[in-house]
Design a protein around this ligand. Sequence first.
Ligand code: CA
Length: 235
Amino acid sequence: MNYLWAAATHTGRIRNNNEDAFAPEASGRGPGPVVLLVADGMGGAVGGEVASRLAVETAIATDGTPADRVVAANRRVVTEAMGDPHLAGMGTTMTLVQLDPGGQAHFAHVGDSRAYRLRDGQLEMITSDHTVVAEHVAAGRLSYEEALTHPQRSMLTRVLGINTELEVDEFDLELKEGDRILLCSDGLTNMVPDEQIASIMGSRTPEEAVWTLIEEANRAGGHDNITIVVVDVVQ
Ligand code: CA
């Protein structure tokens, strides 16, 4: 089993800066283990950019499980935020996957960036959004459709950088040849409906899928930074 990945980010059409960060930045291919992740920063004039960049750097440099990486990234952002008044209140999401040579995918996730798996033409969201609105949907107080346009849809219930105690979602998937994984920031999912994401993900190389998804998010308005990681499970 091999993995074939591509990734890119775009500022979008409204924002002046890009507060997303991701890794690996270059396309590649290999049997794994490989760690891929997306982080969407927030807070202050420069805080969002600093938070996501520090979090990605720290997660990549940390040895251990995917959750260990997220926990270390959280500590780093908390520490830096405490040490500099300009950075106070900064935070970031993190959605991370480690792909092992046998086809096992180990995920760790906090926030409202997302992971999806495309298998046999079906796109399935495999993370839960840690937002107030998603909790309302889970509890049946709000429909999925209402949530899509809810004014508070970006309000997070969990984020890196606020507290040294952090609950991290951890789960594993067994991948098979032909599967495709998508990691993305909400600059994609707030602009492009899941059906359209599924159709773009259904063909094309990872590189083409990455750029077509960015193009579609911008065509829909590009209200936020857009970050996409696509990885194929190949022979
Ligand atoms: Ca965002």
